[in-house]
Design a binder for this molecule. Structure first.
Ligand code: FEO
Ligand code: CA
Ligand code: CA
Length: 703
C-alpha cells in the first residue's frame, strides 16, 4: 500500500524570501578559471541564440547621433575587446532609491520605455486591462491579452527564418558580420514567459470561486509570442494585427516527443487531450530558431479540493515522486483543483496529469499553428532555464538548473548533430543523454575544482536499484534518478548562460536551509546560511567531466561584515570569506537569478530577493574578464528583474519587472504613475543608451 500524503499548510513561496540587510560589495577574482583552455566547445558554437553569435563578430559600432535609426551600436564600449566592457555610469544607491521604489530607475547613460504590460491586447478588438482595481479581465479577454509574471524571453528578428533557410542550404552558419547585416534590429517576435500571478493580483481575491475564475488565472499564465516593431526613434510597440501573435496557456493543446511521449506515465483514464504548459520561468533559444520555455513550479498548481483530504500515488514510486517534487494538498494556494479536475490529485481519472508538467517545451515563434512540443529527453524537474551550446561536432548541449534548495544542475547532450537531425526531419532534442552534475571534493579549498556529469540511465545499477528500471521512469522522475547517483546538492540552481569561451555561468540564488537537510556545506556550496547566493562557472572538458570555478559570492559584495555568521568556514574555504569591497559597497547585490552572457564578455545578472541598502531587485552587469561590475537598472518595490534579451545590433535591451509591488497598489502602481490605486502590472522594459551629443552631453534618444 502506497503511503498517503498528509495535508500541508498552503504555501506561496515564490518570489524570494531573503531578508534585506544593510550592506555593500566586491567582486571575486576569477583569473584561475580563465586559464582553462581545454574544451569540446567551439567558440563559434556559443549559442545563446543565433543573434548573439551574429553580434559576436560585431566591429566597432558607429557613433550614435540624432536622427539615426534605433541601432545605437554596442552598449558599453565601442571597442569591446579593449579596456573596460562597462563604459557607463553605474546606477548609484542614492539615485536608485530616490524614487522610493515607486518607479524603475536606470543608469544616467540609459533610458527606458514600457512595452507589453499585463493586459495588453494582442489582437484587434480586444480591450486592454490597464490596472483598474475594480475590475479584472474576463477569461476570454485574458486569452487574447499579454499574461502576467513576465519572465524568460527572447527576441527573434523577423527575418531570422529566411536567414536560417539560407544557412540550411549552405549547411553552415554564415559569417557573423554577414549575419549582422542581414538580421534586422527593428522588428521581431518577442517570445515571453508568464511565470505566475497570485490570485490576489490576477483575480483580486484570495481564491477562485468559479471555473471562470480558474480560467482567468490559467489564461494569465503561460507564454506569449508577439510581433514587436520599433519606429526610427527606437519606440517599440506590439503589432496587434500580426498573424504571429499567440497566447499559449495551460489549456493549449501540446505534443509530447522523445522517450516518454508514448509512455503510460502520461496517460489518464479520463483520456483527456494533452494540454498546456505552466509556471514558465526561464527560457532559451535554439540554434534552429525556436524557443524553449521551462516549466518550474508546476507542483504548486495541483492539490485536493479546498486542500482537504489526502492523495497518494498509484504505486510507491509515484508516491515517492509526489513527495520529491513537492506536491501537497494545498499546492501554492491557486486552488484550480476546486473547479478543474485535471489539477485534483485525489481524482483517479487524472492520476498522471501531473506527470505532464515539469518539462522543457519547444515553441516555434514563427509558426502560430504549431503545437508546443514537450521534449521529454531533457528530463522532468523544476526547470528554471536552459542555455544551449553547439559542440564541435555539431551536436548540442543544454545546461539546465533545477530550482529548489539542495537540488541539482543537469546537462542534456544530443545524439546527433543538430543540422543532420533537422535534415532528417528529427528534433535534435529527442535523442541524447541526460546528465546530472557532481562536484568533486578535491581537498584543496581554493574555489576551483573538477566535477562529473553522471548519465541518468536505467543501466546504472544505482538508478535501477531505486526502481527506475526504464528510461521513461528515469526521465519522468529525474530527481529520483539524480538522488540515486549522489549528485551534488546546490543552493537553488537558477539560470545558466554560455560565456565567450564556452564556459557556463550558473546562478545559485540562495539556500539558508542547510540545517533542514537542503544540502550541505561543500567547496562548491561553501556557505551554510547562504542567503545571498553565488555565481559559479563550469566548463566541460569532455561529455562527462567539467572544471568549475566560483565566479562571484554575493555576500562578499556587502560593505559590512555580516553579523552572527555561524557557519562561515573561512579557515577551510578562504575564498568564501568576507572581503571588504573596494567601492564601499556601492555595487552591492544579492540573490542572482536571471543571467545572460553576451558575446563580448559581459554577464548580465537579474536579481530575485531582498536587496540591501533600501535597494529593490536590480540588473547588474559584469565584465567577466576583470570581475568589475556595475548596476545598470533597479526595479520597483517587491518586484524581480528577469528576462534579458537584445536586438542583434545590441542597441536595445529587453528586460522585465515581474510581480511589481506583488500586485499591491500601495507599494507601486508601475507602469502607471504613482496614484496609490492602480494595480501594478508586470511589463517589459525597453532599455537604450541615450544619444551622445558632440559636446559629450547626454540627450534623450527618443524625444
Ligand atoms: Fe522561476 Fe526559480 O525562478
Ligand atoms: Ca578545489
Ligand atoms: Ca527565477
Amino acid at each position: 500500500m502506497a503511503a498517503v500524503m498528509k495535508p500541508t499548510e498552503p504555501t506561496i513561496d515564490r518570489s524570494g524570501d531573503d531578508s534585506s540587510e544593510n550592506i555593500p560589495t566586491n567582486p571575486t577574482d576569477n583569473s584561475t578559471f580563465r586559464e582553462i583552455v581545454t574544451s569540446n566547445l567551439t567558440r563559434r558554437g556559443l549559442m545563446q541564440g543565433s543573434m548573439a553569435v551574429a553580434a559576436a563578430g560585431f566591429l566597432a559600432p558607429k557613433p550614435a547621433h540624432a536622427g539615426s535609426n534605433s541601432a545605437l551600436g554596442d552598449w558599453f564600449s565601442r571597442r569591446p575587446r579593449r579596456g573596460s566592457l562597462l563604459d557607463f555610469r553605474g546606477l548609484t544607491i542614492e539615485a536608485a532609491t530616490s524614487q522610493g521604489g515607486k518607479t524603475v530607475t536606470v543608469s544616467p547613460d540609459y533610458e527606458y520605455d514600457v512595452l507589453i504590460p499585463w493586459g495588453t491586447p494582442i489582437k484587434p478588438g480586444v480591450p486592454e486591462y490597464a490596472g483598474d482595481p475594480q475590475t479584472r479581465p474576463t477569461a476570454a479577454e485574458q486569452e487574447n491579452q499579454i499574461g502576467i509574471g513576465h519572465d524568460g524571453m527572447w527576441f527573434y528578428p523577423i527575418n531570422l527564418p529566411s536567414l536560417l533557410r539560407l544557412e540550411s542550404r549552405f549547411r553552415r552558419e554564415l559569417p557573423s558580420w554577414l549575419r549582422r547585416f542581414l538580421l534586422t534590429s527593428r522588428s521581431g517576435v518577442l517570445a515571453i514567459n508568464h511565470e505566475f500571478g497570485r490570485n490576489s493580483h490576477v483575480l483580486g481575491k484570495s481564491g477562485p470561486e468559479t471555473l471562470e475564475d480558474v480560467r482567468l488565472s490559467q489564461a494569465a499564465h503561460g507564454v506569449s509570442c508577439v510581433e514587436v516593431k520599433s519606429n526610427r526613434r527606437g519606440k517599440w510597440k506590439l503589432r496587434k494585427r500580426s498573424g504571429l501573435n499567440r497566447r499559449i496557456t495551460v489549456n493549449t493543446p501540446v505534443e509530447f516527443s522523445g522517450p516518454v511521449a508514448h509512455s503510460h506515465l502520461l496517460q489518464n483514464t479520463a483520456a483527456n487531450e494533452m494540454r498546456g504548459t505552466v509556471n514558465n520561468c526561464g527560457s532559451g533559444p535554439t540554434p534552429w530558431g525556436t524557443y524553449i520555455t521551462c516549466e518550474e513550479n508546476f507542483n504548486g498548481y495541483f492539490g485536493t479540493p479546498n486542500g482537504e483530504g489526502e492523495f497518494s500515488g498509484a504505486n510507491d514510486l509515484q508516491t515517492a515522486a509526489y513527495a520529491r517534487y513537492g506536491f501537497s494538498t494545498f499546492g501554492f494556494g491557486y486552488f484550480w483543483q476546486n473547479h478543474d479536475p485535471r489539477f485534483d490529485l485525489s481524482n483517479p481519472d487524472y492520476a498522471n496529469e501531473s506527470n505532464r508538467f515539469g518539462w522543457c517545451v519547444e515553441i516555434d515563434p514563427f509558426n502560430p499553428h504549431a503545437k508546443p512540443v514537450k521534449r521529454t529527453a531533457m528530463g522532468r524537474f523544476k526547470h528554471e532555464a536552459v542555455a544551449m551550446s553547439e559542440l564541435r561536432d555539431g551536436r548540442v548541449a543544454a545546461y539546465m538548473g533545477d530550482d529548489q534548495r539542495g537540488d541539482y544542475i543537469y546537462k542534456f547532450e544530443s545524439k546527433y548533430p543538430w543540422r543532420k537531425a533537422k535534415a532528417y526531419g528529427k528534433s535534435p532534442l529527442d535523442e541524447g543523454k541526460l546528465y546530472v552534475g557532481k562536484f568533486d571534493d578535491d581537498g584543496n579549498a581554493d574555489g576551483t575544482g573538477m566535477g562529473t556529469w553522471i548519465e541518468l540511465t536505467p543501466t546504472n545499477p544505482e538508478i535501477a536499484a531505486a526502481g527506475l528500471t526504464s528510461i521513461e521512469l528515469v526521465l519522468t522522475y529525474a530527481r529520483l534518478a539524480a538522488d540515486a547517483v549522489g549528485a551534488t546538492k546546490m543552493d537553488r540552481p537558477e539560470w545558466s548562460t554560455i560565456g565567450t569561451s564556452g564556459q557556463v555561468f550558473w546562478t545559485l540564488t540562495n539556500n539558508d536551509r542547510k540545517d533542514d537537510g537542503a544540502g550541505e556545506v561543500s567547496e562548491s556550496n561553501p556557505i551554510f546560511e547562504n542567503s545571498d547566493g553565488y555565481i559559479i562557472e563550469t566548463k566541460d572538458t569532455s561529455s562527462t567531466r567539467f572544471k568549475w570555478n566560483m565566479f562571484s559570492i554575493s555576500r562578499n559584495t556587502r560593505g559590512t561584515e555580516p553579523e552572527e555568521d555561524p557557519q562561515l568556514l573561512a579557515e577551510d574555504l578562504p575564498y568564501a570569506a568576507y572581503t571588504p569591497p573596494a567601492d564601499g559597497g556601492e555595487n552591492v547585490f544579492t540573490d542572482p537569478d536571471a543571467a545572460y552572457a553576451d558575446p563580448f564578455g559581459r554577464l548580465y545578472i537579474g536579481t530575485d530577493g531582498g536587496q540591501p541598502d533600501g535597494l529593490q531587485d536590480q540588473l547588474t552587469v559584469f565584465d567577466t574578464r576583470t570581475g568589475e561590475y556595475k548596476r545598470l537598472l533597479m526595479g520597483v518595490n517587491n518586484d524581480e528583474i528577469t528576462g534579458i534579451t537584445f536586438t542583434p545590433d545590441f542597441g536595445t535591451l529587453f528586460t522585465n519587472t515581474q510581480h511589481p509591488g506583488d500586485g499591491n497598489p500601495e507599494l507601486t502602481n508601475f507602469p502607471a504613475a504613482d496614484d496609490g490605486v492602480t494595480i501594478p502590472r508586470d511589463c517589459t522594459l525597453v532599455v537604450r543608451r541615450k544619444y551622445r551629443s558632440p559636446m559629450g552631453l547626454s540627450l534623450p534618444a527618443s524625444r
